[in-house]
Ligand binder design. Structure first.
Ligand SMILES: [Zn+2]
Length: 72
């Protein structure tokens, strides 16, 4: 996974339900743990959303037409 994909997706689709905190609908920021797993954490309550392959693939699809260069 490439955290740039997640960052780009959040920038372009800030209102997407899957990247909002399920508890307070607050904005989440992407980060990476020591296993290179990407997660989003809520700025308000620190809840963590793991970015699984399904969500990651959807992000790539949605970004597809816009930014093709180099995303894997
Ligand atoms: Zn929250």
């Amino acid at each position: 996974m490439d955290i740039r994909v997640v960052r780009a997706f959040i920038k372009l689709f800030p209102q997407d339900r899957d990247i909002k905190c399920p508890y307070d609908s607050y904005d989440c920021l992407p980060n990476m743990d020591h296993n290179d797993t990407i997660y989003l954490y809520c700025l308000a309550c620190n809840y963590k959303i793991n970015v699984g392959l399904n969500l990651y693939d959807r992000m790539k699809r949605e970004l597809g037409g816009i930014a093709k260069e180099g995303f894997r």
